[in-house]
Design a protein around this ligand. Structure first.
Ligand code: ATP
Ligand code: MG
Length: 572
């Protein structure tokens, strides 16, 4: 049960609303039981009064009671729903924010092995399952135990034996049923949560990869996988539904048997003279009392589902990020000097080192190109500078201060990155650009778009044009230029460019490079490229191979040195 404790702790902030919800839920159920009990007694008592010709029978008070209880039941149900749903929605909102705050620092390291659909499932379905804890478990349990004592106490007041018997039966069932149904529901509850995730992952895979799957004629096979996952989920749900039906059937049977027992005892203890309408009261109270324990077996049957969701959430909540930032660290602003000393790095779980003993230093305003064969570790080095990861050995300093002593906000303000993969968000073009500079005006954005040759995107709806899924499709080169436009907007002293002109034609490439270097006149630049264009404008060139820096110098010296760099040029 310790899986659920972190979530129960979150209830603290909303305890007033949650307790009020339980109180209203108790009032509603008490009114429902009282209504049935009182009406049963009232009908029987009226009949007896008629038969025995009792003239002073008070019809008014019980009739008013019946009306009062029915109004209280309806109004109570409404208020209880409003209050408990209000509190649980607030609780879920807090939980989602809390989960999201824990999730973001884990990117990219700790959640690299989770699929997007899985993360989404945790954020939506697993968080939602946490309200079951209150609505299905805590609230019904509280109400049931108070209700059992209330109704048994009332019957005890009429006749001790009846009160004790009903109390014992109800208590036995409310302890025995949860144990039984928790064990019956457990394997299927876990299976339902797992299969739901599996179905979402396969379905999303199938939908997202449609274009590729159609081309390779593999759509049918992927669809079969989705259907297989759906079948498994339906099977687990069917088993769960059978257990629910079994629990209801068992409770109804036991209700009938308890009723017979209570009638038998009541007939013995309550009928010493004329027919006693209290027997009807006892009978109806027995029937109604089972309403108290109906929700409990269901709650325990689905408890394993809630627990599996809690375990999945805890995997994220308890994970330690690869890189922790110090909120009281250096606040900046940075000048843009970078020193990398003897850095070694291997991705978690990988034997092979991605970087061996890399040392580099860039002074403020210096421009350096980084070249090397694919997979030699260039992008990895950029990721270490942005602190997506920390090096296994060695150190990286920005302005003489170790990177881990910088505040996250200061580091983000100090570095602009054009990464190899530019993400386009499902949003207007304006917001896709403004994420780099929230204060940018429309005029500024239009000017930047003209500079990167993207003004044609403004043709139809201007900056409101929708990008991303179902929006205006972009070519590979256009996406890159959006990335460059963001870099131009984000005015940081250190500019890290990871193949910014890949996918652009020669002319556009030269224009974009000229633009970037004009923008970065005063800035420190680390420029990763496979294209041998514009390298003579760089202060230094660095060649990497197999995670090591093998050559370093100016364009001219390296070109004449006859090493790897010179070979790159000979190949063209
Ligand atoms: P390219 O020119 O193709 O972009 P690169 O020099 O940028 O290549 P990196 O992306 O730095 O290469 O990758 C260096 C090595 O680390 C490669 O062998 C790659 O397979 C591996 N690698 C990259 N990212 C990860 C990761 N998240 N987990 C494990 N290994 C990784
Ligand atoms: Mg790369």
């Amino acid at each position: 049960m310790h899986d659920l404790i972190p979530f129960l702790k979150m209830y603290k902030d909303h305890w007033k609303g949650l307790f009020f919800g339980i109180f209203l839920s108790f009032l509603t159920l008490a009114s429902a039981i009282s209504l049935l009990t009182l009406s049963g007694w009232f009908i029987a008592a009226s009949a007896v009064a008629g038969v025995l010709a009792i003239s002073n029978f008070n019809f008014m008070l019980p009739a008013a009671g019946v009306r009062g209880f029915s109004i209280a039941r309806t109004a109570g149900r409404w208020f209880e729903r409003v209050v408990s749903h209000n509190s649980t929605f607030k609780l879920l909102a807090d939980l989602r924010i809390f989960f999201f705050e824990k999730l973001t620092p884990l990117i990219p390291g700790k959640i690299a092995n989770l699929r997007d659909a899985d993360i989404l499932n945790r954020l939506v379905a697993d968080v939602d399952a946490m309200d079951h804890l209150y609505l299905r478990l805590i609230s019904p349990l509280f109400v049931a135990f108070i209700g059992i004592f209330g109704i048994s106490g009332f019957l005890y007041w009429i006749e001790p034996l009846l009160g004790l018997t009903l109390g014992a039966v109800l208590l036995f069932l409310s302890v025995g049923f949860p144990v039984l149904f928790y064990h019956l529901g457990r394997p299927h509850g876990e299976e339902i949560t797992q299969e739901k995730t599996h179905l979402r992952i396969t379905l999303l895979d199938w939908l997202q990869g449609q274009a590729e799957l159609q081309i390779f004629g593999a759509s049918g096979r992927f669809r079969a996988k989705t259907e297989e996952a759906e079948k498994k989920l339906l099977k687990a749900q069917r088993k769960m539904a059978c257990i629910s039906a079994f629990s209801v059937a068992m409770l109804l049977t036991l209700n009938g048997m308890t009723l017979i027992l209570m009638l038998w005892l009541a007939a013995d203890t309550l009928t010493q003279g004329p027919p006693n309408p209290l027997i009807a009261l006892v009978a109806f109270a027995t029937i109604a009392s089972f309403e108290l324990i109906m929700p409990i077996s269901g709650a325990f049957q689905f408890l394993s589902q809630t627990r599996t969701s809690a375990t999945r959430l805890n995997e994220i909540l308890e994970a330690k990020p690869e890189t922790a930032f110090d909120s009281k660290g250096h606040p900046g602003p940075a000048k843009g000097n970078i020193q990398i000393k003897n850095v070694r790095f291997a991705y978690p779980g990988m034997q092979k080192m991605a970087l061996h003993d890399v040392s580099l230093s860039l002074q403020k305003g210096e421009k350096m190109a980084l070249l090397g064969r694919t997979g030699c570790g260039k992008s990895t080095l950029l990721q270490l500078i942005t602190r997506a990861w920390d090096p296994c050995a060695g150190s990286i300093h920005l302005d003489g201060i170790p990177l881990h002593q910088w505040r996250e906000s200061a580091l983000r303000q100090a570095i602009t990155v054009v990464s190899q993969r530019v993400d386009i968000f499902n949003d207007a073009l304006r917001n896709n650009l403004r994420l780099a500079k929230p204060t940018a005006t429309d005029e500024e954005l239009i000017e930047i778009l003209e500079k990167v040759n993207l003004s044609h995107l403004l043709e139809k709806s201007g900056l409101d044009v929708w990008l991303g899924d179902a929006g205006r499709p972009l070519s590979g080169g256009e996406r890159r230029r959006i990335g460059i436009a963001r870099a131009l907007l984000h005015d940081a002293p250190l500019l890290l460019l990871d193949e910014p002109t890949e996918g652009l034609d020669m002319k556009t490439e030269q224009e974009i490079l000229a633009l970037l270097f004009e923008h970065a006149k005063e800035k420190t630049v680390l420029f990763i490229t496979h294209r041998l264009v514009g390298l003579n404008k760089m202060d230094r060139v660095c060649v990497m191979d197999e995670g090591e820096i093998i050559e370093q110098g100016t364009h001219e010296t390296l070109k004449n040195a006859g090493g790897q760099y010179a070979q790159f040029f000979q190949r063209i």
